[in-house]
Design a protein around this ligand. Structure first.
Ligand code: NAD
Length: 580
């Protein structure tokens, strides 16, 4: 009865600004329809800008614009009335939809088929995909970017940026606790984890909007949905009720990675979190066990310990952060211990049990002995795996790496299908955001006819423990393994004036010099500003600079960068401000 009543009914439909939060305003940049013009659901009516990001207001109805109530350049707020449409709301049948029997739900769900064409279709809008999209647009390509979730990928939404926001909150909390040492007083210091998390969310929001704005400014068409590669020239994606077939000259797969989990009993218990869950906590646990002492495990160990949580790390290998040289590992392990972080190495987690009192018990074996630790929360940080979801690699004939982990690519980021490229974590080469972005640029340049390759020998890594750790080029351990004759120069931050004023005397800079050429082959830093300072060593390694080149370069005083100058001196003729 009701359905028959709705049949073909026309009404005046309000178009309001709904996609703003109540505190912000937006500027109307463009009005795309005129009074009297016909519109259908999905048609863009207005383009707006807010917080340096742009977005559009679409029609949710079929009909004729009866009134436009805003002007270009006008400022509008959430819920403001922008236009009126004389017609039928989205999902209601119109007389022209009717071909016999009326089917309300059939029309509501009726797919809208669309066809598009472009030069490059990019699947995945993380730091690999969105950077590739901007680069391609800058080089003149017509680009479509497909993202099923939020622009920015793991890095921006669940990885690098949110963890750094938490790192900073923990740092502020600890600086306040340490205020007396700096001649300042701070009282009633506490952590409000809900506010810590909402600060993190605000930062993410701002950055996501920024990426959206830049993509729009470069005329990159962003489609929200899961891209399916039908063949080397066809990508299919559903966006709401729209079924879009994209005819494309090239495809870049940038679908990223997802957290791995151990195949052990108890892995799915409610107390077990992955790194994404750990970023969304609304209550701090008293005790936490972190499974895995890799990069994620150690960053979270320092974050949560910084907030006052009792943290234990259980690591399978004989060392945490096993990729680093042993002096770095010793230093960070000593500092972690000093902060009360307990670390069990050579320990294999075998089971997680839910205790009667609601506590979880992590069971692991060390030296053939079973050990048990109880905790309120367990964080699983045992690596990430390429995300191939939605990509039918087998029927496409896409070749995978050994053991099927990741899409196989050559140095140009090209897969075995010449016009399909893959970048970022999905290639399982080096799972870092900056590598994904660089690979994206390399892929685009090659597509656009500019030969390009990535140099994997000079990839800086940056670990946000407290203090930070960074490394680039070859390490001492790797040099020995490869039979490269090297000399090492070291300078402790305890001898740096700037570091001492900051209250940061922990750590050192280490330079690896090739004996026969004097060239800097690598370096590592643990200490204040390590993750920023590593850029100088990266440039030296990339450009084949010798120790003399760096020694002759004046470093500003007083800065932590002087520690690099001194470490390079130590590798050559001896440091000035330190005697070994
Ligand atoms: P990872 O591979 O660095 O560390 C996982 C650790 O878990 C390993 O040390 C492994 O030995 C251990 N492990 C595995 N099984 C175990 C078991 N049964 N019991 C105990 N320990 C076990 O992986 P991750 O830390 O999860 O990071 C995932 C990826 O993300 C890495 O490639 C990393 O480089 C990247 N990432 C980088 C940064 C950064 O550079 N700042 C930050 C986050 C993530």
């Amino acid at each position: 009865m009701l359905l028959l009543f709705l049949r073909g009914i026309k009404m005046i439909i309000d178009v309001r600004l709904e996609s703003l939060d109540s505190t912000s305003e937006a500027k109307v940049v463009r009005i795309l329809k005129k009074t009297g013009e016909k519109v259908k659901p999905g048609d863009v009516l207005f383009e707006l800008e807010a917080d340096k990001s742009s977005f559009s207001v679409e029609s949710s109805a079929q009909g004729i614009i009866s009134e436009i109530l805003v002007e270009e350049s006008q400022t509008v707020k959430a819920c403001d009335l922008m236009a009126k449409i004389d017609g039928t709301p989205c999902g209601q049948a119109t007389a022209s939809d009717d071909n016999g029997g009326f089917n309300y739900f059939g029309n509501l769900l009726k797919p809208r088929k669309q066809e598009m064409e472009c030069d490059i279709t990019i699947i995945g809008g993380g730091p690999g995909g969105y950077v590739a999209a901007i680069q391609a647009a800058k080089m003149g390509a017509k680009v479509i970017l497909i993202e099923k979730d939020t622009l920015g990928g793991t890095c921006l939404n669940r990885g690098c940026i949110p963890t750094k926001s938490l790192v900073r909150s923990a740092e502020v909390y600890n600086n306040l606790k340490d205020a007396e040492n700096f001649g300042c007083h701070a009282e009633k210091i506490s952590v409000d984890i809900k506010k810590v998390v909402s600060r993190k969310d605000r930062i993410i929001n701002q950055l996501v909007k920024g990426i959206d704005y830049i993509l729009k400014k470069h005329n990159v068409k962003v489609i929200k949905g899961t891209g399916e590669i039908k063949d080397s020239q066809t990508v299919f994606v559903k966006e709401g009720v729209a079924e879009i077939t994209i005819k494309t000259k090239n495809i870049i797969i940038a679908t990223g990675s997802k957290s791995s989990s151990l195949p052990i009993p108890g892995k799915d218990l409610e107390c077990v979190m992955d790194s994404s869950d750990a970023l969304q906590m609304d209550e701090l646990p008293e005790k936490m066990v972190i499974i895995g002492g890799g990069v994620i495990g150690m960053e979270f160990a320092f974050i949560f310990s910084g907030f006052g949580v009792d943290v234990t790390v259980v690591e399978f290998l004989d060392e945490v952060l096993a990729a680093f040289d042993s002096d770095i590992i010793e230093e960070i392990s000593k500092i972690a211990k000093g902060k009360g972080i307990k670390i069990f190495t050579g320990s294999k987690v075998e089971q997680i049990i839910q205790g009667e009192d609601g506590q979880s018990i992590v069971v692991f074996s060390k030296d053939n002995e079973k050990k048990y630790i109880s905790a309120d929360k367990v964080l699983m940080a045992v690596g990430r795996q390429p995300s191939l979801d939605g990509l039918d690699v087998a029927s496409l004939g896409l070749e995978l790496n050994d053991k099927g982990r990741g899409i196989k690519v050559n140095e140009k980021m090209q897969t075995n299908i010449p016009n399909i490229y893959a970048i970022g974590d999905v290639t399982n080469r080096v799972l870092l955001a900056h590598v994904a972005s660089h690979q994206g640029i390399v892929a685009v340049k090659n597509i656009m006819g500019v030969p390009s390759e990535i140099d994997y020998n000079v990839i800086p890594s940056a670990i946000f423990t407290d203090p930070e750790i960074a490394m680039v080029g070859i390490g001492e351990k790797a040099a020995k393994k490869q039979g490269i004759d090297v000399e090492v120069g070291k300078f402790p931050f305890a001898a740096s004036g700037k570091a001492l004023t900051m209250g940061e005397s922990r750590g050192f800079v280490k330079i690896i010099k090739q004996k026969c050429t004097g060239k800097i082959l690598g370096g590592a830093i643990i200490g204040p500003h390590a993750t920023d300072l590593i850029a100088e060593i990266a440039l030296a390694v990339k450009k084949g600079l010798t120790c003399e080149d760096v020694i002759e370069t004046v470093h500003a005083h007083p800065t932590t960068a002087e520690a690099i100058h001194e470490a390079v001196l130590a590798a050559e003729s001896g440091a000035i401000h330190f005697v070994n």
